[in-house]
Design a protein around this ligand. Structure first.
Ligand code: ADP
Length: 274
C-alpha cells in the first residue's frame, strides 16, 4: 500500500498563545513493500508525522493518502478508523499498553475490537505469537510475568494480529539490551522480507537506519531536510550536521572505505552501546 503525503502541515494549538507549527511543507512518497527510516533530532517532527500515518492526527493543511484513502483537514472520524486498521503502529515501550490477564487475550484484543470472531482471533493470536518467536506455553500466562523482551514481543504480536499492510515502528528497541535490540530489528526485517510488509522505522540509531532501510528521510525543524538511499544521505555529512545529528564513526568509516575502494560493503558494523 503506497503512502503519499502532499503539502502536509500540522500546527498544534492553532490561534492560541501556544501555537506551534510542528510540520510544514512536507511532500513524501513511500512505496508499497519498501523499508523507510525516518531520523531527526528531538523536536524535528517525527512523532507528529507518524501520528498522521495512521490517522491519529489530522492535517492542518495538505493531505495524506494511504492506499485508496485520502485524509485532509476536515476528515470524518470513521475514515480515520479505517486507516488505523491498515497501518499498525508499534509505539515506544509498547508493553506499557498490555493490560489483559493472559498473553493470548492481549493479542486477541485488537482483532476482536474490529469485529473478528473469538475463534478467528484466537487462531491469529497463536499464529502471531509463533511469528514473533514466543513459545506457545506463554499464551496462558500473564504478560506481566514475562521478561521485558518477551513483553515487547507480545505487544508486537498484538499489532500484527490486526493484519496491517503498513507497520510504523517508533523506536522499537528503546530500553532493550544489545541482544534484544538486534533480535527485534531482525524480526521486523524478516517480516518485511517475507510478508512484504511496508515498514517505516523512526529511530535514533543511524546504524539501524543504514543497516535495514532502503530509503532514509531526515527531518529538521518540521520539514524534510534530506532524503535518499542510506549511502546518499550519509555521504552528505554537512547536511547531517546541519540537522543537529552526528554520524557514528562506524558509518563514516564504512562510506569512506567504500568510496576509496570503489566497492559496496553490505553490512554496517554495529557499535555495541551500553
Ligand atoms: P520528535 O518526535 O521529532 O521529537 P515531535 O513531533 O514530538 O518531534 O515535535 C515537533 C514539535 O511539535 C516540537 O517543537 C514539539 O515541542 C511540538 N509538539 C509536539 N507535540 C505537541 C503537542 N501535543 N502540543 C504542542 N506542541 C507539540
Amino acid at each position: 500500500m503506497d503512502i503519499t503525503v502532499k503539502g502536509l502541515e500540522h500546527t498544534y494549538n492553532p490561534r492560541t498563545p501556544f501555537e506551534k507549527r510542528a510540520i510544514y511543507n512536507m511532500d513524501l512518497h513511500i512505496k508499497s513493500g519498501s523499508y523507510t527510516a525516518i531520523i531527526g533530532h528531538t523536536g524535528s517532527g517525527k512523532s507528529t508525522l507518524l501520528q498522521h500515518l495512521n490517522g491519529l492526527l489530522k492535517p492542518t493543511a495538505g493531505s495524506i493518502t494511504i492506499g485508496d484513502r485520502t485524509i485532509k483537514a476536515k476528515e470524518k472520524a470513521k475514515h480515520l478508523k479505517s486507516v488505523r486498521k491498515k497501518v499498525g503502529i508499534v509505539f515506544q515501550f509498547p508493553e506499557h499498553q498490555l493490560f489483559e490477564e493472559t498473553v493470548e487475550k492481549d493479542i486477541m484484543f485488537g482483532p476482536m475490537n474490529f469485529g473478528v470472531s473469538e475463534e478467528a482471533a484466537r487462531e491469529r493470536a497463536r499464529e502471531m505469537s509463533r511469528l514473533v518467536g514466543l513459545p506457545s506455553e506463554v499464551l496462558d500466562r500473564s504478560p506481566f510475568d514475562l521478561s521485558g523482551g518477551q513483553m515487547r514481543r507480545v505487544a508486537i504480536a498484538g499489532v500484527l494480529a490486526m493484519n496491517p499492510e503498513v507497520i510504523v515502528l517508533d523506536e522499537p528497541t528503546a530500553g532493550l539490551d544489545p541482544k534484544g535490540r538486534h533480535d527485534i530489528m531482525e524480526l521486523f526485517y524478516r517480516l518485511h522480507r517475507e510478508k512484504g510488509l511496508t515498514t517505516i522505522l523512526v529511530t535514533h540509531s543511524m546504524e539501524d537506519a543504514a543497516r535495514y532501510a532502503e530509503e532514509l528521510i531526515v527531518l529538521h525543524q518540521g520539514t524534510i531536510h534530506l532524503k535518499g538511499t542510506p549511502q546518499e544521505v550519509f555521504s552528505s555529512s554537512g547536511k547531517i550536521t546541519e540537522a543537529g545529528l552526528r554520524l557514528p564513526e562506524t558509518i563514516q568509516f564504512k562510506y569512506a572505505l567504500e568510496s576509496k575502494l570503489g566497492i559496496r560493503i553490505e553490512e554496517t558494523p554495529l557499535t555495541i552501546q551500553e
